[in-house]
Design a binder for this molecule. Sequence first.
Ligand code: PZK
Length: 302
Amino acid sequence: MQPLTTTPADLPGFAHVYSGKVRDLYAPLDPSSGEPRTDQLLLVASDRLSAFDFVLDSPIPDKGAVLTQLSLWWFEQLADLVPNHVVSADVPAPVAGRAVLVRRLEMLPVECVARAYLTGGGLREYQADGRVSGMTLPEGLVDGSRLPEPVFTPSTKAPQGEHDQPMSYAAVESAVGPTLAARARDLTVRILMRGNEIAADRGILIADTKVEFGADGDDLVLADEVLTPDSSRFWPADQWEPGHTQPSFDKEFVREWLTSAASGWDRSSGEAPPPLPDEVVERTRAKYVEAFERLTGRTFTT
Ligand code: PZK
């Protein structure tokens, strides 16, 4: 396991529960007992960036705040479709702007993915047998093709460091029951459609997205982060050209530099990538801010 490039903050009043690649989870402590509360979590987005399956040594300043603020904005845009887990954005000073206090929920054991454009794992499935998640797609689609309509392509939640595996819809039904499976499918697709309706006017295509739901009886609650560049593929709309890998809206400069001779890094070596030059860090930060400002129409401030 790589060491974290930004350490989870020491937060008085919170117990560190878990760290993913780029985010940290805490439990608020009950002031009277000092015990962790079981009904809430603090979700903290770091400035860490992952690329080519590595967490890079160079943090991207404000990335965690930009993604947190973007996610909060999307929750509002989606509020008529689905309730969400947000309790409050009023969080301790060391994580101000990049953390959210949320309802602790029983999470569905499924990564809910919807795809509006074909690429990545969905493209590989299609190339193997013309189907994605058991659904037959039209012939002749290529990397970056827009699908006739968005499709639900769920995957398993893989342990840390492993890749999620595609899951059939029948397997989702077995895991969560037919009622919640149908709700998760319909909501995931509608979230991506709403996202693309909004993003279309603002020069961004959302190729696909991964969302997580918690269950509240027979109702679903949207959790985690939503429609951010970390949970979704954002593409610059003016450069969309099916037939090859599309440039990533946010990670283009990082990938371009890491795969250039200038980095001296050989992706196939298995070695960790080198630190990014300041210019690549600054241009990448600017892309995250640009995505936030374009989508929300707001100015990003810390
Ligand atoms: C939850 N994650 C992923 C996020 C990490 C890992 N509302 C919730 N209730 C219960 N569990 C979760 C959530 C949410 N959201 C989310 N794992 C559990 C995750 C951030 C950092 F390390």
